[in-house]
Ligand binder design. Sequence first.
Ligand code: ADP
Ligand code: MG
Length: 346
Amino acid sequence: LHDTKRTVLMVTHDRYFLDAVCTNIYELNRKKLKLYQGNYSDYLEKKEIESTIEENTERRIESVLRVERDWLMRGPCARGTKAKARIQHDMALINREKFSKEKGFTFEVADRRLGGKIIELHNVSKNFPKTNPNSKEFTPVLKNFSYKFNKGEKIGIFGNNGSGKSTLLNIITKTLEPDTGSVEYGENTFIGYYQQNPQFTDLSLTVLEYIKEAAEVIKRNGKKDLSASQFLNEFGFEGKIQHSTLSSLSGGERKRVFLVRLLITNPNFLVLDEPTNDFDIFTMNILEQFLLEYQGCLLIVSHDRYFMDKVADTLFIMEDDGCVSGYVGKCSQYIDYLEQKNKERS
Ligand code: ADP
Ligand code: MG
């Protein structure tokens, strides 16, 4: 796409992609469409400048209005001549469309302590029958994998489609039994699992009811508690939508509610399977902030390099033969390393 002479118009939440390919960005925000020239980094820079300018303007208007309000309160006689134009001007200022800062919400819940033993995998293997159901052949998806998770580890899982990433997560979360080997949990381990297709048992619940099932108030580290409704506000579910049923939400919204609920249950071992496919940049930013502060263990699958680089510092690599190898470093470093290796080979 970068090299083509054609015009490309695309919608994507993938920021690396936006950065690498786009020369112009349209932002659709509060019903307004605005053009920014440049790629995603340029866009961010321009937004930053814009927001500083708007903030300053707003501050200036407020200080003018403080004086003007006094003047208006004085009553018609004291205002003197030429009052009409001045009043009109003041009214225009008072009724202006106010600049509201983009939400800089950081999402945070109280920590739940992890014990010494977290999760241990011992010689875990999994095979699936080959696509032909009558065939007796099996594809090894996982072969003899052992691992002990340590406190606060942030691990990304890297592998092609169909390489067994979701299978591994299903086994770790005990959603799926391994063929051989065992999965052991520590006493205090509490898992939150964001699956690719979240299941809802009751779609007739409203958004607020669904969240309240998990928690009425959300406790945060050293900050005021939030009610479920306040919390939803912060996550972009404002007003009426809190009383809409889950069944009436869009696919993306439903996944966002699912994520909110998952996080407020306060897991200390968080497993996220391709969350970036489902969320817009606004939600991704909140999620990233949350994960950067997060004290528990984190295991994520994502094709969004930007996201992986930010939140994971170790990788599990799913090899073709069912083996899992490790890489200490960021996803981008690993990709560079792979490219280097390929170059040397050819
Ligand atoms: P990934 O998440 O890395 O894309 P998966 O873990 O979903 O991959 O799948 C790994 C392999 O196992 C794929 O070849 C897939 O077709 C196969 N597989 C996954 N689940 C099943 C199942 N329930 N029955 C048979 N084959 C499966
Ligand atoms: Mg998968």
